[in-house]
Structures are given as C-alpha cells and as structure tokens.
Design a protein. Structure first.
Length: 91
C-alpha cells in the first residue's frame, strides 16, 4: 500500500509523482525484433547503389540544360559590358 500524505484537498497542487517508476533500457530488452538503427551513411549508400544509377543520364541532361541556360545571359552581359567599355572615351 502506498503512503498517503496529509494535504488540503481543496488547495491547488502539482500532480503526484510516482517515485518508484523505472524506465526500461535497451540492455534489458530480450525481444527478437530489436535491430540496430542504420546510419545516414548506410541509408545513402543503399540509395546510391540502387536508385541513383537509373536516373543518372536524365539528371545529367537536365543539369547540362540548366547550365547552358544560365550561361547565355552571362555571356551576353559580358559582351555588352565589353561593348560599353569600347564606346567610352579613355581619360
């Protein structure tokens, strides 16, 4: 039987705390379904071994297209700056 404390039942109080509670640790588990978790490196290695090889060519084509689309305005602006420098008089 748990000990009871003498308190005023009408007063506001904090919830009672169970002091005999003990948490379970992994060392005490004996079930057969406990596995060690995979690390992030193992998860990414599994992904790159199976999934990434299938999509490499399409990803490379999209990457080259994006780089080409980004280079067109850069080259055009560099050409415009060069034309501006030629048009300005030198001091």
């Amino acid at each position: 039987m748990k000990p009871t404390s003498i308190t005023n039942h009408n007063a506001r109080q904090f919830p009672l705390v169970e002091y005999q509670y003990h948490t379970a640790t992994l060392g005490t588990l004996t079930g057969g379904h406990v596995k060690t978790p995979k690390s992030l490196r193992d998860i990414s290695r599994d992904y790159f071994d199976t999934e990434a090889n299938h999509d490499f060519l399409s990803d490379a084509a999209v990457f080259v297209t994006l780089i080409g689309a980004a280079l067109v305005p850069i080259v055009s602006s560099a050409f415009a700056v060069l034309q501006l420098c030629r048009a300005l008089p030198l001091f």
